[in-house]
Design a protein around this ligand. Sequence first.
Ligand code: GLU
Length: 284
Amino acid sequence: MSDPVLSTVTRFAPSPTGLLHLGHAYAALFAFRAAQETGGRFLLRIEDIDTGRCRAEFEDALYEDLAWLGLSWETPVRRQSEHFDAYARALDVLSAMDILYPCFCTRKDIAAEIERSGHAPHGPDGPLYPGICRALSPDARAARIKRGDSYALRLDMARARVLTGPLMWFDRTRDRTVAATPEIFGDVVLARKETPASYHLACTLDDHIQGVTVVTRGEDLFAATHVHRLLQALLTLDTPHYHHHPLLTGETGERLAKRDKALSLRALRAAGRSPEAVIALTGL
Ligand code: GLU
């Protein structure tokens, strides 16, 4: 990987599940400027693996809104829905390392097991998976797959950690290296039947493939970086620097969301705001 300080490659990676709002404008501008300041490159990536929730009209709208703001990016734009084969190959690598297992549990099965055991350690995304399917024998797994039971692929976190040892990343927000503790997530899901690659897998692999040297994204994704650092070690991918910036909040301190229609870039533009005025609203 090229030096992240000398030659910066940043990216903005929205999911087209709604209209972009002021918080996205902040994130996009932050990444754009981080590249510009060093004469580097800015990329746009469409994170549309969740084909059920992503819409072409939102993708079209985001190109238009970002261009209206004055941003430009390299083409062709990487669209994750066109690269499921790359994610499948990465899953094959992990599978060959014997650190993936099929999980047939429904949400109900998981809740029942947590209730039964009376033990519910929590991770950043909620209660940790209690490991029910990790204990299945190879024969039991094969029989259920043959029967057509639907399953997700989970990472066997304990086995993965044995293979990788201590891991760190350089966090620009904190201006120091941070120790990765992906075990806080337990056995994360890396693929599901309806979405054959998880956000963690697709995002980490793409940042490597696209040569991203500085990942800038909201503080809400700080915890995800623990898993991304682990996947980099397992799949021998480059580790970029990370800059987890604060999230813009509304007047009462709440996070902006795609459903806050009034703060969509569309609505601000329709209300007569100029791109400069919108950029000023982001505080950047
Ligand atoms: N697609 C993610 C989102 O819209 C962002 C992923 C990232 O920046 O790593 O929240």
